[in-house]
Design a protein around this ligand. Structure first.
Ligand code: FAD
Ligand code: MG
Length: 349
């Protein structure tokens, strides 16, 4: 319920001032649905003489669900990631789709650039922490902190450095060490935004729109009145409010990783879902949330997670390496931004 409320806050923020229609203006199509374990919100402007404008939100929802069911999910039996994680013993060379191969190539790049802070092979550690059960905030009595020894053992199977990917005619061949499993929870929503953008670009009748897949948002094209898209950034100390908003023109992707999204409280300590691959424990880098702005959805999503683990100084360097802008909220509520972010951010204070 809380997640739905926060998503509603995003919606309210991103469509500010865009609802008025007249005969000449594009038609606004809206849709709210659930996929990838989160709320999907679409606000898409379609030229008013377009014949099948109303089908666009359906097409986009179908695309998100297709990616989840065929490729990205580690929960659905039909998805490549699910099947890879349950491969037969000794099956080290796997044929994977071009879609998954390209996502994993970028993930490997961020793994290297972040010196392992972002790691898609954390699945055994994520399972140990039972993060799937935390969506509503697990409480004392329903969650036990794993033993250090168990965490160290699970970390032995986190071996991004040993993944090999080779492009082939119809996809990729992947070499994956025995015992290694994949979890694309930190990039799947961003990767979906890149595909959505491709669909929008192919449909000339679409002049602009905002699509949010949980904490990952695509703003596309232009608003009918020519004003900027407004994307609110949640206040980690009070998730029903915002610390401010970004004003964006054109097409951008924004992802936020925060310790308030999924967590369990035990003895007054907040155990959250963004893990430091160096320790196997929730990252303790002095930040509560990181928002990354990039022209790539996958990068904005991967970098927001990586920057959360690295903290402000190293996180800023990483974002800069990829030409992305970043905004950090630290544990004292201070806001630290890259220069490009300063240009588009307006504080709520
Ligand atoms: P991000 O910071 O983007 O990602 C954090 C998540 O990435 C963690 O939850 C963990 O899974 C993983 N992670 C943690 N630390 C790291 C690290 N250092 N490097 C790399 N990865 C890390 N949720 C449900 O409850 N039910 C579902 O059925 C469900 N299905 C999903 C299907 C898909 C295809 C995807 C992409 C997500 C799904 N989710 C589901 C949500 C998912 O499990 C994550 O909780 C969510 O994606 C976290 O996103 P975020 O933006 O809050 O955090
Ligand atoms: Mg992420």
């Amino acid at each position: 319920m809380k997640r739905i409320f926060v998503a509603a806050l995003f919606l309210a923020a991103v469509v500010l001032g865009g609802c008025g229609q007249n005969a000449r203006q594009p038609v606004l199509y809206r849709d709210t649905d659930i996929a990838m374990g989160t709320v999907i919100q679409q606000n898409i402007y379609v030229r008013n003489d377009a014949e099948d404008g109303g089908t666009v939100t359906e097409e986009i929802l179908g695309l998100i669900r297709r990616m989840e069911q065929e490729t990205l999910s580690r929960r659905l039996e039909t998805a490549e990631i699910y099947l890879i994680n349950r491969r037969r013993e000794g099956e080290a060379h796997l044929q994977i789709s071009e879609e998954l191969g390209e996502i994993l190539m970028e993930c490997q790049d961020v793994w290297e650039a972040s010196q392992g802070a972002f790691d898609v092979t954390l699945a055994p550690v994520i399972r140990l922490w039972d993060i799937d059960k935390w969506s509503e905030g697990a409480q004392e009595g329903t969650f036990a902190v794993p033993e250090r020894q168990e965490i160290l053992q699970a970390l032995e199977n986190c071996r991004s450095g040993e993944i090999r990917l080779a492009k082939q005619e119809n996809g990729y061949e992947m070499e994956l060490p025995a015992g290694t499993e994949l979890d694309l929870g930190a990039v799947g929503k961003g990767a979906a935004l890149d595909e959505i953008r491709r669909v929008l670009e192919q449909r000339e009748e679409i002049s602009g729109g905002v699509i949010s897949v949980g904490g990952s948002i695509l703003v596309y094209g232009a608003k009918p009145d020519g004003s900027s898209w407004k994307v609110a950034i949640v206040n980690p100390a009070d998730t029903a409010s915002a610390i401010g908003y970004m004003s964006l023109k054109g097409t951008w992707c924004v992802s936020t990783s925060g310790d308030y999204e999924r967590y369990a409280m035990v003895d007054g300590i907040r155990y959250h879902h963004i893990l430091n691959p160096a320790t196997g424990y929730p990252a303790d880098s002095g930040v509560r949330s990181v928002t990354v702005l990039s022209d790539s959805g996958l990068l904005s999503d991967a970098l927001s997670t990586a920057c959360f683990v690295l903290g402000i100084e190293e996180g800023m360097e990483l974002a800069e390496k990829y030409g992305a802008e970043a905004l950090f909220v630290d544990t004292k509520g201070n806001i630290v931004m890259s220069p490009g972010m300063e240009e588009c951010f307006t504080s709520a204070k």
